[in-house]
Design a protein. Structure first.
Length: 76
């Protein structure tokens, strides 16, 4: 497998589905928190845009949480 020398980040090819889903969930959740923090300092159109992006990232959180529940349910 050839690697792209311009890529700053990569995903381990042997990462499990659970690992990929969990990291996706955590990434979406972090983006949501950052956007809420940012929106507190914004006004008008810029605040509306930040909150719209936040809403989309929250949808990503919900979707990846559902996928994680299906693929790697908690036992207990």
């Amino acid at each position: 497998m050839a690697t792209d020398s311009t890529a700053l980040f990569s995903v381990a090819p042997d990462a499990s589905n659970e690992t990929l889903i969990t990291n996706s969930y955590e990434t979406f959740a972090s983006v949501s928190i950052l956007l809420l923090d940012l929106s507190e300092d914004l006004y008008g159109k810029h605040r509306d845009i930040a909150l719209a992006i936040h809403q989309l990232s929250e949808l990503g959180v919900l979707l990846t949480a559902k996928l994680l529940d299906r693929e790697a349910p908690c036992s207990g």
